[in-house]
Design a binder for this molecule. Structure first.
Ligand SMILES: [Zn+2]
Length: 125
């Protein structure tokens, strides 16, 4: 049963309620750091993708960045399936030296099949 409208009977393969449109997939992303001193070589940043869905697996489709100085290190780890309530960590390499030639914040975008995308901003200070 859909927890929002309490009208629609859901199938185990449904990603959203066909009656009220309530999405059964939800996720969040967070980075262990988001600001980096310019000219330093910081260790890789950990980006954690949390599956907030109670009963559904999510498929991380892609992790992309808007800036050339942010690079996904474990590229082979995408696509990735994450079980309900589980989380997965991905590593990003931050090239603060390259960043000085490309000023402005960089955006990291995580896309999940049928659940849209979430972004976070990294910046060189
Ligand atoms: Zn519903």
């Amino acid at each position: 049963m859909c927890s929002r409208c309490e009208v629609w009977e859901l199938c185990s393969s449904d990603n959203a309620c066909s009656w009220c449109g309530f999405s059964l997939l939800d996720f969040a992303i967070q980075a262990d750091r988001s600001r980096f001193p310019g000219g330093e070589y910081p260790p890789p940043v950990e980006v954690t993708v949390l599956n907030l869905s109670a009963h559904r697996e999510i498929d991380v489709e892609s992790i992309s960045s808007s800036a050339g100085w942010i690079e996904l290190l474990n590229l082979e780890s995408v696509p990735q399936r994450i079980g309900p309530g589980q989380q997965k960590r991905f590593l990003l390499d931050i090239d603060t030296v390259a960043a000085t030639k490309m000023p402005g914040p960089g955006e990291v975008k995580v896309s999940v099949t049928h659940a849209g995308s979430r972004s976070l901003t990294l910046e060189i200070v």
